[in-house]
Write a protein that binds this ligand. Sequence first.
Ligand SMILES: Cc1ncc(COP(=O)(O)O)c(C=O)c1O
Length: 431
Amino acid sequence: MLSRKVTSHGQDSSYFLGWQEYEKNPFDPIHNPSGIIQMGLAENQLSFDLLESWIEENQESNWYRKQGGSVFRELALFQDYHGLPEFKKVLAEYMSEIRGNKVKFDVDKLVLTAGSTSANEILMFCLAEPGEAFLIPTPYYPGFDRDLKWRTGVEIIPIHTSSSNNFTITKPSLQEAFQRAQTLNLKVKGLFLTNPSNPLGTTLSLQELHLLLFFSLSHSLHIVSDEIYSATASFPTPSFIETLSRLLPDPLHPAWSRLHVVSSLSKDLGLPGFRIGAIYSHNAELVAAATKMSSFGLVSSQSQFLLSRILADKPFIRGYARENRRRLGRRRGVMQAGLREAGLHCLRGEAGLFCWVDMRGMMGPAATFEAEAELWRKMVMEFGVNVAPGASCHCSEPGWFRVCFANVAEETLREALRRIKAVVADAGIRR
Ligand SMILES: Cc1ncc(COP(=O)(O)O)c(C=O)c1O
């Protein structure tokens, strides 16, 4: 009855099915202690108290007041898709701040979008025709199958990485993906990178950044760099824009018009509900086109107003960023220690809201994606822990799982780790 477009949404992977199971039977320490614990959701709930205290102390921002007067009418009528100038200014400064002030962001190159979901889709609409392709390293965020492909008709060609070198992107893996696209008769328009990576929890090394930059230059490709986990890294790490500023500082070099950075407040500040994202690009034509497209997914003036106040409070934001990194690092430590105690190893990560866990030893003799799906089903249905199986992230090797650690209370995390330990005992881990 409905169109083919709406029924092929890319949202039917185990990633989303796990959420559905959780919704049917959510864990609650008092009311439903045998329910499913949601470890499949990359949410950052660790620093809400800091934001809540700020709001408590700055009531004026809550009540749409500025310098004693009401801005209610101004905000109610505001619908300029260029965004509130005072918000864009502080957002650009915030983007520099969380990158250790090593690069400056210019407000005129910034497009506001309803979260990075919208930013990523807009970039696909702007950079590729239906049937053209972007190369994406695996494993990748399962939502990309929906966000990048669904409405745009753009194709994803995976760049396969392997656990043998900790999922590093290599020249042969890039070349192999490029060739595969050509064999499939797909024109490659760009590379799509997530840095820091979801689901790996790692950041691109300088060597990888150089390789990707030079590969993109040699094939005249765009680079989209989704950097929405930037402030979750334990320390500011190198990025494309910084590398480009160092290696090719001439702003007229074509590489500059082909690099597009995606940002969002969903993970760093834990505000996915506010739907605040952005595209940053030196390509004036793209900025103009993306600004027009953003009218399908604007950030409400109310959100812009509140966040312009919070981000303008520099001492608060600096303190928040430091404390949030510290809390995330500590949580990552609790998670890694619990996994170790359960006999599991995870990839050494320094960013993100998750660990990338090696459960290959728990799958029995058959190292297949069917065995991975069976293990996942058992974890969710019998042991009550929802995690994201590697297959949903297009990992090329079965047996890896993404386990989130920042969306639950610490006691709930410890209960989840006890359950994971019980799954390991049940599987009789093989070494
Ligand atoms: C890599 C990546 N990009 C984009 C998104 C979407 O985020 P937003 O809430 O900003 O739309 C997510 C959400 O998990 C993500 O992990």
